[in-house]
Design a protein around this ligand. Sequence first.
Ligand code: ZN
Length: 160
Amino acid sequence: MIAAENAVVLMDYTVKDDEGNLIDTSTGQEPLAFILGMGNIIPGLEKAFLGKKKGDAFVVRVNPEEGYGERDESLVEIVPRGQFGGIKDLRVGMQLQAQTDDDLMVVTVVGITEQEVTVDANHPLAGKALNFDVKVVEVRSATKEELSHGHVHGLGGHNH
Ligand code: ZN
């Protein structure tokens, strides 16, 4: 079967930044499963699977605009340290959930002084080009249930 819109694709992947640093890999884990065209994965990677079949292996370089977006410096905020009073071991690199009006967002602590904490709400991969090394493990039709849920069930997907 050839991968097309609404097909289920299972892939093994390794992703590195432009400096060759490993960001993530499925090695040693289940393959990642997604429904093509549903936006389950970043657009620049998703479209690379169109027309591919089981066993195909290829490399894709995804620019930030088709990945996790460009960095937005207005998402970097300085907050009085007192607001973090309840958090032990506050340190640079720590990720915290912040409640906004109607959303839960994840921020990364990027700086700490005695009085202030700098947090960054950009996705950690924003602004980075991502180099994927992928292998197509399986291509199959999606079930009606998977299409209505908008995600894959079973291996590499949801179990519910
Ligand atoms: Zn489901």
